[in-house]
Write a new protein. Structure first.
Length: 322
């Protein structure tokens, strides 16, 4: 709270590039939406690039660790006036900045009433903020889960508030090995998103325990620390900024391998949908998918965008970590 509420005043105050690693190329639609976000909100934001999933019209989205609200106000435009975005953050000063600009953005976007709200609270205890079971289509998080000591509780709460077929789409920092006590207790490394990084293998086991489908890796970028003193402390441990997507697939939705055809029509991705590091779907093209991907597409908000057939020529399509 001190680091993000008092010590950091702008993104240039960060000591490493862990929280400013870029992800996918940004579409014109997203760039234009970002330009309409108030400059104070943008200046006080410390996430990794942009965490913007596809197919958002009229969705209900929850942002874990929403900070000053940049991603919330961006998503506010993409879900439209019929959608809704909730942000929750533990740093009171950041929540105050976000709340201060609700009226500005409602007017800027031409909405009759706000479609965003912000809560001061903890992502491990969403119930304390009154967030109900199965109340969101998508949960996002931008380089924040590493700051939570109990990652399993965060994923468990995200799973709880997601509707069946819902998605958790999030970027975070991962380590090549489990971190030593010295690193985990280093105050600056914690604030810079490194000391709390999960060993990437543990993400897979925690996601499975909680009930999510196997993580789909979207993008990954190596992190260069660029600080000799901090590099000496972390030693041979390597860090990566990665975006994953997890789905809450209903238990009865396991159709087996299949063949799918993308119908097109998702705004900004009309001709091609880069779903993750393994699957890119081009409009009208038949693609063999494994049972996990078939279940994800069939049970999620993407279902109406695909023609899905059972069976397929290639039952052993790529799966798991790329």
């Amino acid at each position: 709270q001190d680091y993000y509420g008092k010590e950091l005043q702008k993104s240039e105050d960060l000591k490493t590039n862990a929280c400013i690693t870029s992800g996918r190329p940004v579409s014109k639609l997203v760039r234009d939406a970002l330009e309409r976000v108030h400059e104070e909100v943008v200046a006080r934001y410390y996430g990794c690039g942009l965490v913007i999933p596809e197919c958002l019209s009229s969705c209900r989205i929850l942002d874990l660790g929403s900070g000053s609200g940049r991603d919330c106000y961006l998503l506010s435009q993409l879900v439209g006036e019929q959608g809704h975005v909730t942000g929750i953050d533990m740093t009171e000063g950041q929540v105050e900045v976000a709340k201060k600009h609700i009226a500005y953005h409602t007017d800027k976007f031409g909405y009759r009433k706000p479609n965003v709200e912000f809560f001061h609270g903890y992502m491990e205890k969403l119930g304390d903020a009154g967030l109900a079971d199965e109340s969101y289509d998508i949960v996002i998080s931008n380089c924040v889960i590493n700051l939570a000591p109990d990652k399993r509780a965060v994923l468990q709460e995200a799973f709880r508030v997601l509707k069946p077929g819902g998605e958790m789409y999030f970027s975070d920092v991962y380590a090549s090995q489990r971190l030593s006590e010295t690193i985990r207790k280093h105050r600056l490394l914690w604030g810079e998103c490194l000391a709390g990084a999960l060993c990437w293998r543990d993400l897979y086991s925690i996601a499975e325990e909680v009930g999510f489908s196997p993580p789909c890796l979207v993008t990954a970028s190596p992190i260069t620390i660029g600080n000799k003193e901090l590099e000496g402390i972390v030693g041979d441990c390597r860090f990566v900024s990665a975006t994953y997507r997890l789905f809450k697939v209903p238990g009865d939705s396991r159709p087996g391998p299949g063949q799918v055809t993308y119908n097109g029509g998702i705004v900004g991705h009309e001709r091609e949908l880069v779903f993750d590091a393994n699957f890119t779907f081009k409009e009208g093209e038949l693609v063999d998918v494994d049972a996990e991907m078939a279940a994800i597409l069939q049970s999620s908000r993407f279902a109406e965008k695909f023609l899905i057939r059972a069976g397929g020529a290639n039952a052993a399509a790529p799966q798991g970590c790329c």
